[in-house]
Design a protein around this ligand. Structure first.
Ligand SMILES: [Zn+2]
Length: 70
């Protein structure tokens, strides 16, 4: 699946990067529950142009923007 230029850029953004204008929220932010007791949030987004899916994480040890290849 080919992703659009905005998503290409999005995948390189840092934690402080905002979602691009055609990324819409899939659902509400959720608290990630893992082995690590410190809570951090995840938020799913989907691009309206190319349908690419991203998850934004506030975990310092994880990628800020994870692109899910279709
Ligand atoms: Zn896109």
């Amino acid at each position: 699946m080919k992703i659009c230029d905005l998503c290409e850029e999005q995948s390189k953004k840092t934690r402080n990067g905002k979602p691009h204008e055609y990324l819409s929220k899939v659902d509400e932010a959720r608290i990630f529950k893992g082995d690590n007791p410190r809570g951090f949030e995840e938020q799913d987004f989907q691009c309206l142009t190319c349908q690419a899916k991203f998850t934004r994480s506030t975990d310092k040890n994880d990628l800020a923007w994870t692109l899910w290849q279709g």
